[in-house]
Design a protein around this ligand. Structure first.
Ligand SMILES: [Zn+2]
Length: 97
């Protein structure tokens, strides 16, 4: 299934304050689950909650979109995000450097 309700969030400056994947330091955007915003990393199947009602995009979603968002998010594991890509790179350097 190709997710259609993932909202791209390419601005790395913004993604710093909303966290990044703890494995790769990236995110693929977010999904609205009702009023909640979940960021995801498709490569690692991770999701993390950044909050509720931060972005107006959730208000335009239909019930059907919310249900499909729930199904989609079920396939992702909830994790604690890293604060920024720099944190991830620093940790990887400690592990492998
Ligand atoms: Zn990742």
């Amino acid at each position: 299934m190709v997710p259609t309700n993932v909202i791209p969030f390419p601005d790395t400056q913004n993604s710093k304050s909303y966290g990044v994947c703890p494995e790769c330091g990236r995110s693929d955007g977010y999904i609205n689950l009702g009023i909640e915003h979940w960021f995801i990393c498709r490569e690692h199947n991770y999701r993390w909650l950044v909050g509720s009602n931060l972005f107006d995009s959730w208000k335009n979603q239909t019930v059907a979109q919310t249900q499909s968002a729930g199904l989609l998010l079920d396939g992702f594991s909830e994790v604690m995000p890293a604060k920024s890509p720099l944190d991830v790179h620093a940790r990887l350097r400690r592990q492998f450097g």
